[in-house]
Design a protein around this ligand. Structure first.
Ligand code: ADP
Length: 673
């Protein structure tokens, strides 16, 4: 036994050491790890933010170069240049407007001409002038519309150029309207729209600006379908820059659209094309209005250093309109400087949408702000960098899309480490408790074992001493009387039987420990087994003066191992004798009760304290009675094991000073009829 337990306790100590050591290392590492993790994650985030900022700048540069790439040093007719600029603007997400400038800073496209800068009207022939004056006199002073018409027709006939022709046509259109000759009027005005659309009067106002409102007045729902393409062509020409825009255009446009809407109340979708042209024209007007001064300033002081060169021939000029998110891309190497107005905000958004952070570990939000800030703030992990050089007052701001990422990460880690450490501690404490228990049990057993050895030696010695003493006496022929001889011999026999019982118990216990105990179950009469066991002790009963009462039901049979059962009864009877004091009365009973077999051995001896009853069946366990009765502590252990092997149980009722009753309860197997 001792051999078996010692390695276990050594293992326990090793276990404690390993667990405590590894637990402490793990705890130390986990605490360190959490703080390292935070620092490392922050570092990684800052690196990614820096990289994202660099990627953003690269893409910005590439996008700008992409727009302008096709226009390096282009020498093309102005119309072709205009078409490709317009196309590029339409295809790009962030070009607001393309433009071509005259060298004096005026706009060629969008075609905007202020009235005050209109060319002076060409000279009219005196014949034309006379006829036209007559016509006007007849029309306005005399209200003779027919005479007026005749004069104007004459004007048309004698006109030699665009300017006099369109002047006559305009007057004819007017007077025809007054005469309610609408067909004629429409025809005259249509000619102005289709042929003389870019001819202006002496005030610099293109005739188209008169013709269209007049045409709209005499257009009805009946002739609208026919006239619609005429109006569309006017708006389209304006959008394309073929008809110049001026300070009146916006009002004129509003009025014209209003009239057209009245004509298309039933089907507004017919104005779809016109509406698109209107939108573009208004945009051009707004552009001119907003940037005219900035552009002319640039063309005049082009080399003043307020621009930056792109990778190609374009210069980048920040808008001076106060909205720093807009900028010009201008190529001044062209015969006519040309370029684009870029919407910075849209450009940024377009870049943000491109896959800039595909291979990043974390997700970021890119934002923009005006003004300058410190480069990066570690606390909230917002990375700021200037969008130089093109957007000098713009800041690029990069922050984590999940602001709680770090805290969440740390919190999760802390939980995991915390719980693991607690589990580890619990396991450690449990381990220690188990081990301490194991060790104390081991110690207890060791003590019981050493007691057992001294007890067993003593137990063996007593009968052996008697046997050798009486045998010696007999051998030396010191005993003369036959009756004495008989007594000596019976003492030798009884002592050797006692010795045998003791050795049987030790052998049985040893078998039990090794799990090698074997049973031969046979049908046996229990009363005769009990009686045989009692008879084994007759000598002692008589010697000690015991009153033995047997109340045995002779009918009861059971399938038991008779030898083992006899050992049980002998052990119980032996105890009953050993632990009796003054009242030497032993009762044995065998009876059936509710189909169970009860075998009882009852004494009236010293009894067992209540708190000890549960322990007396443990191996080597002995109660320290004040009477100091010798024994090995194995008798009841063997009894208990044998009874359990018979699928039975053993109950003890005992009171100190009054006696004990041990009851074996077996399942009934067979009862003789
Ligand atoms: P032992 O050899 O000490 O008798 P046992 O296993 O037979 O070993 O019994 C264990 C302990 O139980 C004994 O030491 C004794 O104190 C107590 N015991 C057993 N039988 C009796 C009994 N009939 N009366 C009082 N005490 C008993």
């Amino acid at each position: 036994m001792n051999q078996k337990l010692k390695p276990a306790s050594r293992l326990s100590v090793v276990f404690i050491l390993v667990v405590v050591l590894s637990g402490s290392i793990l705890t130390w590492f986990s605490i360190n790890n959490i703080s390292n993790q935070k620092v490392l994650t922050e570092k990684r985030i800052l690196e990614e933010q820096r990289e994202l900022s660099a990627r953003f700048s690269d893409t910005l540069q590439k996008q700008i170069e992409n727009i302008t790439a096709g226009f390096s040093n282009e020498i093309a007719p102005i119309d072709l240049l205009k078409d490709s600029l317009v196309k590029e603007a339409a295809e790009s997400d962030f070009v607001i407007q393309s433009f071509i400038l005259a060298n004096n800073g005026d706009f060629l496209y969008p075609n905007f001409r202020g009235i005050e800068v209109a060319q002076s009207a060409p000279k009219l022939s005196s014949r034309f002038k006379t006829a036209f004056s007559k016509g006007e006199k007849a029309e306005f002073a005399e209200s003779n519309l027919n005479a007026a018409k005749a004069n104007y027709i004459q004007c048309l006939t004698i006109s030699t150029g665009a300017f006099d022709s369109v002047k006559a046509l305009n007057a004819l259109g007017r007077v025809s309207t007054k005469l309610q000759e609408f067909e004629n009027a429409i025809q005259h005005y249509n000619t102005i729209v289709s042929t003389y659309f870019n001819v202006s009067d002496e005030n610099g106002i293109p005739y188209i600006y008169y013709a269209v409102p007049q045409l709209l007045k005499i257009t009805t729902t009946d002739n609208f379908e026919k006239q619609l393409p005429v109006f569309e062509s006017v708006f389209e020409k304006m959008e394309k820059g073929e008809i110049p825009l001026n300070f009146n255009t916006e009002d004129w446009l509003t009025q014209s659209i209003k009239s057209l809407q009245e004509l298309t109340v039933d089907n507004p979708s017919k104005l779809e094309n016109i509406k698109t042209f209107e939108m573009h024209i208004l945009q051009q007007l707004q552009f001119v209005d907003e940037y005219k001064n900035a552009i002319s300033e640039f063309t005049q002081n082009g080399s003043s250093g307020k621009f930056l060169n792109t990778g190609n021939d374009f210069k980048i000029v920040n808008s001076f309109s106060g909205d720093s998110q807009k900028l010009f891309l201008i190529n001044t190497n062209f015969t006519n400087p040309a370029g684009f107005l870029i919407d910075g905000e849209k450009l940024f958004k377009t870049i943000v949408k491109t896959d800039l952070q595909s291979d990043f570990e974390f997700d970021y939000i890119i934002g923009f702000a005006t003004g300058y800030r410190s480069n990066s703030t570690k606390n909230n992990l917002v990375f700021s960098s200037q969008l130089n050089p093109y957007f000098p007052e713009q800041q690029l701001q990069i922050k984590l899309s999940d602001e709680n990422l770090i805290n969440g990460l740390i919190q999760r880690r802390s939980w995991i480490y915390g719980i693991s450490t607690i589990l580890l501690l619990v396991a450690m404490v449990l381990g220690v408790v188990l081990i301490v228990r194991d060790i104390s049990r081991e110690k207890h057993l060791a003590r019981l074992q050493s007691d057992f050895i001294s007890n067993v030696t003593h137990e063996l010695k007593t009968p052996l001493t008697s046997i050798s003493m009486f045998a010696e006496s007999m051998l030396l022929k010191r005993v003369k009387k036959n009756s004495d001889k008989e007594e000596y011999l019976s003492i030798i026999l009884k002592e050797s039987e006692r010795l045998k019982r003791m050795i049987n118990n030790i052998l049985e216990f040893s078998k039990l420990e090794k799990g090698k105990s074997d049973y031969q179950f046979v049908n046996s009469n229990l009363a005769s087994l009990v009686t045989t066991a009692i008879q084994e002790f007759d000598y002692w009963f008589e010697k000690e003066g015991f009153e033995v009462v047997s109340e045995l039901d002779n009918q009861i049979e059971a399938k038991v191992d008779p030898e083992k059962m006899k050992q049980v009864f002998e052990n119980l009877l032996n105890n009953a004798i050993k632990y009796s004091s003054q009242n030497k009365k032993i009762i044995s009973r065998l009876y059936l009760n509710t189909d169970k077999i009860h075998i009882e051995i009852e004494d009236h001896g010293i009894g067992i304290p209540k708190n000890e009853i549960s322990k007396i069946f443990e191996k080597f366990y002995r109660i320290n009675h004040k009477e100091s009765i010798s024994g090995t502590g194995l008798g009841l252990t063997v009894v208990n094991e044998i009874v359990q092997a018979h699928d039975g149980k053993i109950e003890v009722v005992s009171e100190v000073g009054k006696g004990s009753k041990f009851s074996i309860i077996l399942h009934q197997q067979k009862v003789k009829p």
